[in-house]
Structures are given as C-alpha cells and as structure tokens.
Design a protein around this ligand. Sequence first.
Ligand SMILES: Cc1cc2nc3c(=O)[nH]c(=O)nc-3n(C[C@H](O)[C@H](O)[C@H](O)COP(=O)(O)OP(=O)(O)OC[C@H]3O[C@@H](n4cnc5c(N)ncnc54)[C@H](O)[C@@H]3O)c2cc1C
Length: 256
Amino acid sequence: MASTPDKFQKVRIVQRRDYTKDLWTIRVALEEPLPFKPGQHATLGMNTGTKHLERAYSIVSSPLENEVEFFFELVQDGALTPRLYELVEGDTFLMRRQAKGLFTLDTKSGHPQHYLVCTVTGIAPYVSMVRSLVLEAAKGTPVAVRLVVLQAASRSWELVYHDEFSRLAQAHARLDYIPTVSRPWEDTAWKGEVGRAEDVLRKHLDARGLEPATTTAYVCGHPIMVENAKGMLQRRGFSKEFIREEVYWVPKKQHG
Ligand SMILES: Cc1cc2nc3c(=O)[nH]c(=O)nc-3n(C[C@H](O)[C@H](O)[C@H](O)COP(=O)(O)OP(=O)(O)OC[C@H]3O[C@@H](n4cnc5c(N)ncnc54)[C@H](O)[C@@H]3O)c2cc1C
C-alpha cells in the first residue's frame, strides 16, 4: 500500500455540485487550516493502492471562508480526475499542507485595473480574488482596484460561477464581468457575447479603457488560449512583466 506522506492532510467533501457531465465543484472541510493567498493552488492527491497521484488545483474559495472549494473538469483518460469524480459527500482524499503559486493579484504594480481572462475552470483563482475583495469590502476595507473578468466557454452551461459573478458585478461598481460563448450554434438561447477569449479580448480591453500603463493582465486555463491571449496583449502594448499566466496543462504533441 502507498502510504500517506505527512506533508498531506486528509480533507472531507462536505458539498458536491455537478454542472455538466464533466464539470463539478466541491467544498472540503480541513483537518488543519491551509494558509493561502487568493489565486494560489493546492496540491490534491490520492493513493491508488500501488501509487500516489497528485495534481495542482487552483483554490476557488477565499481565505476568509471556513471551507475550501475546488472546480474540476473531468479528463476522461486522465489519471486523477476520474478518481476524484467518483467521490461523493463524506468521502476523503489528500491535500498537501502547503498552498503554492505566484498567480495572485499584483498589487505591487501600482496598476488600478486588472484584466482577468480565463477559460472554463480557469475562473477558479479569480473567484477567490473576487470573493476576497467582496468579503473585505463588507468588513469596511476600501477596494482600491478595478477587476474586469472575461470568462470564455464553448457553451453557457460551462460558465460555472456565471450567476455569482453577474450578481456581484451588479452590486459592485469595481467589478465588471464579461461571459462569452464560442459555440453559439449549440446554445441558441445564449444572448451574450460570442467568440473565444482571444477573439473578444481586445474589443473589451479597448471599450473599457484598460490601457497597458494602468492595467495588469492575467490569463488562466487552456494552454492555447493562454498563448494566443498573451500574443494579443503584447501586440496591444502590454509588457511581459504585466501579463501574468497560469497554464493548466501541456497540450499533447501532435504526430504526423
Ligand atoms: C497551477 C494549476 C492549477 C490548476 N487548477 C485546476 C483547476 O482548478 N481545475 C482543474 O480541473 N484543473 C486544474 N489544473 C489541471 C490539473 O492539475 C490536472 O492537470 C488536470 O485535472 C488533469 O489531471 P488528470 O490526472 O486527470 O489528467 P492527466 O493524467 O494529468 O492528463 C492526461 C492528459 O490530459 C491532458 N489534460 C489535462 N487537463 C486537461 C483538460 N482540462 N482538458 C484537456 N486535456 C487535459 C494532459 O495534457 C495529458 O495529456 C491546474 C493545473 C495547474 C498547473
């Protein structure tokens, strides 16, 4: 049997919500607190009996919440997600005791505006950032930054957190939320923005006055979107220093 290394704690699923056949969120209760900054990721793991598997997952919840939330996409031929997918409320798995990552809101840049671009599960770190600012604001801490979130998916039912972000954007003048769908022919009821993140990124940047001199950009999720979006931003005058990226996986090599 593979053992539980002491760098891990056991976490218990207290809530599971399924959105599509391959997108779901969970909230977990911890044995001990996990210190983290909004935007960081946790390392989740499982012992299969013969080997130990672990992968990085951005933390969705704010450090100000009691439970820790994650948003998963099932990778059919993946090693860990099919196993995570089997878990129900009450089940346990492993989480490293330390959170990691530098994909946090860059307040040192001095930029008052932050453009947060993502595909599907790439919304996770932005949910943590937005919830944290909202919870801080509720305690009376002034919010000094403006956040513009551009979330892309193939179809609107993959825009998990759409309702939460729409509601928060209505309530907070410093949050702007732009959901976009790239396969509107499969989602004929969708009345919002249409196109991939990289197709509409420039239009919304210009329309909202997100100038390179005053804006830090963040791109998170699908590796091809991240690459294309970075190219767009650089052509618009953003220096590499002010484009932050979190790539969720490495694309498989094409043969032939
Ligand atoms: C910093 C960081 C944060 C992350 N946060 C999240 C998160 O919040 N939610 C989340 O679901 N994932 C997240 N990921 C991806 C996650 O770590 C795993 O790579 C993913 O869940 C697949 O794990 P697996 O073991 O099931 O598949 P693997 O066995 O690792 O992968 C099998 C194959 O699928 C490809 N692949 C991996 N993920 C995808 C995908 N989503 N779509 C298509 N192909 C894929 C891989 O390139 C590989 O070729 C994050 C990754 C990083 C680096």
